[in-house]
Design a protein. Structure first.
Length: 374
């Protein structure tokens, strides 16, 4: 079958582009001399995780424990959860460890770490943990400028039942960068903060063996982030319009597309597609330029360049309302290809991803960890 033959909307991923993206990031990590641990929340698929592991990835990251449980059941043996997991979930973590899964978590609060320690003592396991550091995103993480940061790190390292591994960061503010130069500065600031904090911790006798960084927009600078031992990009496996806008790839490097059908042409300047917020998500366009709209539209399935005169201006749950020029020839029944603004969220809205070669459907990849948000 082909993409022209099936009901829409559907989410398709191009096999050649996915494979190329996996290989390129793995080669970048090899050149930098760091471990690559992809964040699997982008694809939520054990099939694609296996492609990454076969290419050389050291393990994967998962956003939540439920995701980790899906991947563990599928045979992935090394899983990091870089999320502040509530200690009430200790029985689930112990179950993963009992099953032989090398699971690790992050903490940024000493009292929470103490609760994890109490939960692990007597389990027969020492749970690997890293301390999350706020490098500018101001979401989770210890403040590296606070005198309490070193106390937290040293305190975590001293706790029974835990195995302190090092420091971890996520430069999520890189998504708001306004230039490649600004991205480079964010990456440099990130590793500078981590190296400094690690050095001060070592002066206090703390063994810091890992420094883990993670962000697809800043991944290109990993060879300059001297001292990092691990990188954790996720979006790179598909890329999307945001990553193209941030210079992490080109539109041609984006492996994911939403295939949609024109369902109405109620006015000369308005076209309606059948892919609303339940498919494309409501994430806005981001990047260095002035991109607008909820995805980049290619006027037909064979088009190799996007059509800038078609702008998806608003979304309802099942409708994408696009502004078009009056000479646009789209009519009900026509199909378009849309590169989404944010691939990770699109995946979580789909039961399956269609693996394609051009317009030919090669396989249907289930999104096994979809909705596993607990």
């Amino acid at each position: 079958m082909t993409l022209a033959d099936i009901p829409t909307p559907v989410v398709a991923i191009d096999r050649a582009r996915v494979r190329a993206n996996i290989q390129a990031m793995q080669e970048l990590a090899r050149t930098a001399g760091v471990a690559l641990r992809p964040h699997a929340k982008t694809h939520k698929s054990p099939v694609i995780a296996r492609w990454q592991l076969e290419a050389g990835a050291a393990g994967i990251c998962c956003a939540k424990l439920a995701e980790a449980e899906v991947f563990a059941e599928a045979g992935v043996r090394d899983i990091r959860v870089p999320y502040p997991v509530n200690p009430e979930n200790a029985p689930r973590v112990r179950a993963l460890l009992d099953a032989g899964i090398a699971v690790s978590i992050i903490v940024d609060d000493l009292e929470v770490a103490r609760q994890w320690s109490q939960a692990m003592v007597g389990s027969g396991h020492r749970l690997p943990v890293l301390v999350k550091v706020d490098v500018g995103f101001h979401r989770c993480g210890v403040d590296p400028d606070s005198p309490r940061a070193l106390d937290t790190i040293a305190g975590v390292a001293d706790l029974a039942g835990l195995s302190f591994r090092g420091l971890l960061s996520h430069a999520g503010h890189s998504y708001g960068a306004e230039s490649g130069h600004a991205l480079a500065e964010i990456a440099d600031r990130e590793i500078t903060i981590l190296r400094s904090l690690a050095a001060r911790a070592r002066e206090r006798g703390v063994d810091v063996t890992e420094i883990s960084v993670g962000s697809t927009p800043t991944a290109r600078f990993i060879t300059l982030q001297k001292g990092a031992t691990e990188m954790r990009p996720g979006n790179y496996v598909f890329f999307d319009r945001t990553q193209a806008g941030l210079g992490a790839t080109t539109i041609d490097g984006c492996a994911m597309s939403v295939i949609a059908t024109v369902v109405s042409r109620p006015a000369a300047a308005r076209v309606i597609f059948d892919a609303g917020s339940k498919t494309l998500t409501s994430d806005a366009a981001r990047g260095f330029g002035s991109a607008t709209g909820y995805g980049l539209v290619f006027a037909d399935l064979d088009a190799i360049t996007p059509q800038p005169s078609i702008v998806i201006e608003r979304l309802s749950e099942e409708h994408a309302v696009a502004r078009v020029l009056s000479d646009c020839t789209l009519k009900p029944g026509d199909r378009v290809r849309i590169v989404p603004n944010h691939a990770c969220v699109v995946t979580n809205l789909a039961d399956q991803l269609l693996l394609t070669d051009g317009l030919t459907i090669l396989d249907r990849i289930p999104v096994d960890a979809r909705g596993r948000n607990f």
